[in-house]
Ligand binder design. Structure first.
Ligand SMILES: [Mg+2]
Length: 161
């Protein structure tokens, strides 16, 4: 590894980072004051997930991260959370349609907490949910809380520089 922290794997969250989960909820009128109506989301089936739009900066950020990991010899993985089959299948469909990520680099877990199982002293999680980052760091990994593409890039370059 060339980077100073010896990080060999970056785990990337989907919803709120590269996928516009809130936008998709709004489209089916399934969100009010940040509260998601899961009945409506479930009723929307696989398509809810597979047709999701990229976040505003998501596609550009993903392409940058893909190239960065490639150049640094870091394995880029998706680490996303959803707890029912249509959700898992829809997310995989989305990744197949929108990215070139190999199957072996896709991890979909049932709870946010389960993301911490992938933490070690050579792995880093990028996630927009602070609690996921806290748990990952507590479990011995590195974490960057995604707030914007620019801030995350900066944090990554500083950490690995
Ligand atoms: Mg998220």
């Amino acid at each position: 590894m060339r980077n100073s922290k010896n990080i060999n794997t970056i785990y990337l969250d989907m919803d709120g980072v590269i996928c516009d989960f809130c936008g998709a909820c709004k489209e089916i009128d399934a969100i009010e004051h940040y509260k998601v109506d899961w009945e409506k989301v479930h009723a929307a089936g696989i398509d809810f997930w597979s047709n999701m739009a990229w976040t505003k900066e998501g596609q550009k950020f993903y392409k940058w991260l893909e190239k960065f990991c490639d150049e640094e010899g870091i394995d880029l993985c998706i680490l996303s959370q959803v707890n029912y089959n249509d959700g898992v299948n829809g997310k995989i469909e989305w990744l197949m349609a929108n990215t070139k990520i190999p199957n072996k680099n896709i991890y979909i877990v049932k709870t946010g907490k389960a993301k911490a199982k992938y933490a070690n002293n050579q792995s880093l999680l990028i996630d927009d949910f602070g609690k996921n980052i806290e748990a990952f760091v507590l479990a011995g990994g590195f974490g960057i809380k995604f707030e914007s593409a620019g801030q995350t890039k900066q944090a990554l370059l500083e950490l690995l520089g």
